[in-house]
Structure formats: C-alpha cells, structure tokens
Design a protein around this ligand. Sequence first.
Ligand code: PHE
Ligand code: FE
Length: 273
Amino acid sequence: MDGTILTPDSRPAEDFVIGQWWERYGAAEHAIWRALFERQSALLRGRACMEFLDGLAATGAAADGIPDFERASDLLDKATGWRIAAVAGLVPDDVFFWHLANRRFPVTNWIRAPEQMDYLEEPDVFHDFFGHVPMLMNPVFADYMRAYGQGGLKALRQGALPYLARLYWYTVEFGLIRGGDGLRIYGSGIASSRAESVYCLESPEPNRIAFDLLRVMQTDYRIDDLQAVYFAIDDFQQLFDATRPDFTPYYVALRERPDLAPEAVLPSDILIP
Ligand code: PHE
Ligand code: FE
C-alpha cells in the first residue's frame, strides 16, 4: 500500500462535503435556475438522448427552482443507489474519485450570476445537477461512473490520470450517442450549455468520430472553447464493456503513442456524417 492515495474503502481526512442549505437560496437565485432550466429543456428536446431526458424528469427537477439535493437523492438512491453530496466547488481528484467509487456525486451548491448565463469557468449547481444527475438515473451509466471512480484512484497510483481524464471529458462531459433517430447528446458539458447543445449536432465544424477507447485517451481537449471533436458511442453498454478491462496495459501502450490534437483525424477513425 502506498498510503498517500485513497482507496474506495478508506476515509479521507477531509471529504469536502458541506450542506446544500437550500433554504438560504433567494428568489433571484431560483429565477436564474428557472431561466437556465427552461432554456436548456427546450433546446434538449430532440437533441438529448432518451436516457438523459427520462433521467431529468426522474430527478424531480423542474423550472420552479433549484432542486433540494436530499429529495433528489432519495429518488436517485431508489433508482441506482447514488446520492448527491453538496460541495463548495471542485474537490481534489482523489476525493472526487473516492466519492464516485462510493456512488456519491459531488454537486456544487451555488448558482452562477446573471451575467454568466452563457459561460462559466467552474461548475455551478446548474451544470452539476442539470448536466450530471439525469444520467445517474440510468443503471448502466451509474455503474460506469462508479467504475470510473475506482479506475481514477488506480490511475492516480499509476501516474496515468491525464489519460483517464480525457475519457471523462469525451464521455461524461462531452459525449454523443448514436441512436435510432440519429446523433443525440448525453454529455453534461453539452447539456448545460446553450451554444454547445446546438453546435455539437448542427455545426459543420467539429469532427464527430465513433468512440474508440484508446483513441479517446490519446486525444487532448479544449477547456475554454467549443470542442473540435466529439466521440459517439452506440449505447451505454458499449461504453461500459469497453472500459471494463484493467487499464494498466492500456496506459503502458499509450505512453508509446503520441498525444493527438483535438483537430486530428486518423485514417482509422470512423467519421460520422
Ligand atoms: N477498468 C478501468 C481500469 O482498470 C476502470 C474504469 C472503468 C475506468 C470505467 C474508467 C471507466 O482502470
Ligand atoms: Fe461536469
């Protein structure tokens, strides 16, 4: 045991969990939620996948105001065994993975200011709740997230976090899925963004490439602009199955491969028109 990195069963000295303090939100904060909720719900109809839209409804979240984490957690717990943990903002990587490995999703408790409706540098309750919690209602995706948390702790021990972080980025945050009626959104970073929820499907600019695990883990990403590439899965079982094997040999293989720029297209890529 290396002592410095958490395991799923250990307890960190600090878990970064605070209260949501729901009753402290004012009318202006609930109004920001309402504006964001109405705007994104309208944009996501016909753009987000069924699993996301059904999941959103199942969380009990509505336009009327910032949801109560405890009430939503009770619904989530019944569906997939997950709960929401209120946090003040980004938490250290090991603590984040440890929460995921124990089926807790950290959600920021504050909401953005009115001048940040279109873009925010760090996650707030709208991104974290509206973007992430719906997919946690899906049993296969919920298991993927838990496995990701366990894999994150392992990647930290192996010094491979940058590879695994790309997988999170291109699936959990910016993933697309190919369904019966075409490409749909499931990534939270897309679902919570006005511009990206249209651009990712309708702009001719970005590349849309069929998901390939090692290809994804090889690819850099942009944190401050619309994405140059999206990776599309066929279904959530495919994602879960592809990520089931031990990644240790993958990390070894990736060290021999060059990193790819977000714009890169390889001969082996399957481009989605
Ligand atoms: N199977 C991965 C590993 O061995 C864990 C993992 C699961 C990582 C799902 C990401 C997503 O590291
Ligand atoms: Fe996020």
